[in-house]
Design a protein around this ligand. Structure first.
Ligand SMILES: Cc1cc2nc3c(=O)[nH]c(=O)nc-3n(C[C@H](O)[C@H](O)[C@H](O)COP(=O)(O)O)c2cc1C
Length: 664
């Protein structure tokens, strides 16, 4: 197996070819210090079998604009002063104690997003509402200033000093960040899109590459010949010819950086301001969708190449290695969600891996599917006294509660009224766009099976059934139901979101999806060839407002005309589904759905339909909690979790399950 083969990079011996990608989701202490939580974060991943642990970007220079703090809510880690060295030394020791190596990612000055770019950008006529999502999250627009030559030189000295501090602390390699477009100084300088300088640091490839190259040379002087320097490149800025293209990368960037003395290429892509889908990749994208870029880089260099992007599956990673597309595979979100991914794989139990669902709803702070990835989880301890626990409802919340209760030593029975487990999440996973949701269902189904939970499907439990089982604890995970609006009651061709998802063949050719919750269903039905109209109650801004930034971004690009600057193969502007915003449904007749658009009585429309799908927001659904009252006095402890408690998303379902099951 290639994945378990060692590899050497300029003297650094990695025990295998799996790396934890640089992610700015690590915990950090006040003042940029590494604290116990930071150590635990990386140590858990080293212990889980990852060969190379890379940190997210640390500050090589004193931070002027801590934009990352505002955006991700994480505190950055510093390396711009000797006072940070002891923390890194502790971290290196902890990582080494599990046979892994530690790398540190450092950035250079010039990040457009950080407010000091190579030239005064960005082109107000080209700024777009979608692109601004990042700024909206940061809570402000960043003023833009041009980096001076003195600042460039200072930054180079800073980064070189930071690299030598890393080496002194026992860190095994350093990674210079030159990817992700406007997010980093390295990429902002290299990119023809952002760097419009006319001095020696712009104007040509030679000029635009000068700042990174001088930095690499200074780093080399600082760390010596026999210390690995990696560079993360932006092999495709995903802005077409206006940005860095794969051809620029293979023809100019890779040979030039190799010549400058780097030891390894980490091949990434995208632009945090304009093409975030290359960095925080939405679950709509295929697995391994960017590996072709690493493969292209491998064609033009003999140096080791790292591939990354939507790789949640080590079988796929192994195949990429065997095909010669990369020498090492980085996993970011997967190793965030399950730090033991490599260990479980190498032990021949891949079914125990909690596979990432790619929804980007927290990404470590917290993690949608792993309750333990947060500041202070309730500890998982053996039960003081094993109890008889009955869980009613086999959706994600019910299955997670059953898993945790069984892990703690309780005797658990789970009853589900349907023939299948998974509830609403399993239903959503039937949509090809969100099929990654199926990962959590697969994981939970396997785990409760292994733990000996007595699972009874096709069983809608009555009070008598429950009483007969004489449980000590009843956990209600009975979910929620769609409430049919009065205007739709008794009308023909109406389906709820779940019904339509489960029985797509029954969906007619002309489809109206009522409610922006159904945006992903609407897109996938349109992709199947249906003619779809999506009706939103709110304005354009409410599109995807319940979703993570990256999902929302993609949907905006695909479905709105709000300053859409470009198209990418995976986010091509489409006019089917047609989206109508600020819509009020007045009536539903055999002629069609009669609507008023934009609160304007003049703008009446009749939309003919074969199927009208009710895709209601969380707040419009009804909790199925009638058993709660009925069980009082009959079972000693009764709890509600998941949608039955409050209709919300996957993370809350998993959270509420843990909050109950870890305490009983
Ligand atoms: C929350 C988050 C933070 C990230 N922070 C960084 C970072 O600090 N430096 C960097 O080079 N890439 C960063 N990335 C990109 C990742 O390194 C990686 O390329 C990306 O997540 C795709 O890999 P994956 O699909 O295995 O997660 C970040 C990605 C995410 C989701």
């Amino acid at each position: 197996m290639k994945l378990s083969e060692p590899i050497e990079i300029n003297g650094m011996k990695l025990k295998n070819r799996i790396g934890f990608a640089p992610l700015l989701n690590m915990p950090a202490g006040e003042g940029g210090y590494i604290n116990d939580r930071t150590i635990r974060w990386f140590e858990e991943r080293a212990k889980g079998g990852t060969g190379l642990i890379m940190t997210g970007t640390v500050a090589g220079s004193p931070p002027r604009m801590p934009v990352q703090q505002g955006v991700f809510g994480f505190r950055g880690i510093g390396l711009y002063d000797d006072k940070y060295v002891p923390g890194f030394a502790r971290l290196a020791e902890a990582v080494h104690s599990h046979g892994a190596k530690l790398g540190v990612q450092i950035g250079i000055i010039g990040s457009v997003m950080g407010g000091r770019g190579p030239s005064p950008p960005p082109y107000p006529d080209e700024m777009h509402a979608t692109d601004d999502l990042f700024y909206i999250m940061a809570g402000r627009r960043t003023p833009h200033m041009e980096v001076t030559i003195e600042e460039i030189k200072q930054s180079q000295r800073d980064v070189a000093a930071a690299a030598s501090r890393a080496k002194a602390a026992g860190v095994d390699c350093v990674l210079l960040h030159c990817s992700h477009g406007g997010a980093t100084g390295g990429c902002s300088f290299i990119s023809p899109y952002y760097n419009r300088r006319t001095d020696e640091y712009g104007g040509s490839w030679e000029g635009r590459l000068r700042h990174p190259i001088e930095t690499i040379k200074k780093m080399r002087e600082a760390v010596g010949e026999d210390y690995p320097i990696h560079v993360r490149i932006c092999a495709d800025q995903l802005l077409g010819k206006r940005g860095i293209t794969p051809e620029d990368t293979t023809r100019i960037i890779v040979p030039t950086l190799e010549e400058a003395g780097v030891d390894c290429f980490d091949v990434s892509q995208g632009d945090m301001i304009r093409a975030g889908e290359g960095i925080t990749i939405p679950l709509y994208y295929p697995r391994g969708c960017f590996i072709h870029l690493a493969a292209a880089v491998k064609e033009v260099t003999k140096l080791p190449v790292i591939g990354v992007g939507n790789i949640f599956d080590l079988d796929m990673a192994e195949k990429f290695l065997q095909e010669g597309k990369a020498d090492i595979i980085y996993m970011g979100r997967q190793i965030t969600a399950d730090p033991e991914t490599p260990k479980k794989y190498f032990e021949g139990r891949p079914e125990d891996i909690r596979k990432c669902i790619g929804d980007l709803g927290g990404c470590g702070n917290p993690c949608t599917i792993n309750y333990d990835i947060q500041e202070e989880p309730i500890p998982l301890t053996p039960a003081k006294k094993p109890k008889k626990v009955v869980v009613l409802g086999g959706g994600v919340a019910g299955m997670e509660a059953a898993r945790i209760a069984a892990l703690r030593g309780h005797k658990v029975t789970l009853m589900e009224k349907d023939s299948q487990l998974g509830g609403m999440v399993a239903t959503l996973a039937l949509n090809p766009l969100t099929s990654e949701f199926g990962n959590i269902i697969d994981y939970l189904t396997t785990q409760i099976g292994k733990l000996g939970v007595d699972v009874r499907v096709c069983k809608k439990a009555t009070i008598a059934d429950i009483e007969e089982m004489t449980p000590d604890v009843a956990i209600l995970a009975t979910g929620s139901s769609a409430a049919i609006p009065e205007v739709a009651q008794g009308k023909l061709g109406i389906m709820t979101h779940s019904e339509a998802s489960r029985n797509r063949r029954a969906v007619g050719q002309r489809v109206v999806v009522w409610g922006l919750f159904g945006v992903e269903l609407a897109v996938s039905l349109a992709e199947e060839g249906k003619d779809v109209v999506l009706l939103g109650r709110g304005g354009e801004g409410s599109l995807g407002s319940d979703l993570s930034m990256a999902r929302r971004w993609w949907l905006f690009r695909k479905l709105t005309d709000v300053n859409v600057p470009r198209e990418t193969p995976h986010a091509k502007r489409v006019y089917n589904p047609e989206v109508l915003y600020s819509v009020e449904v007045k009536d539903i007749t055999t002629e069609g759905v009669k609507v008023e658009v934009g609160g304007n009585a003049e703008r009446k429309q009749v939309i003919p339909y074969d199927t009208l799908i009710l895709s209601q927001r969380f707040g419009e659904r009804r909790t199925n909690d009638s058993l709660f009252g009925e069980l009082q006095g009959k079972v000693a402890e009764v709890h509600k979790i998941g949608d039955c408690l409050q209709v919300r998303g996957i993370k809350e379902a998993i959270w509420s399950a843990n909050e109950v099951a870890r305490k009983i």
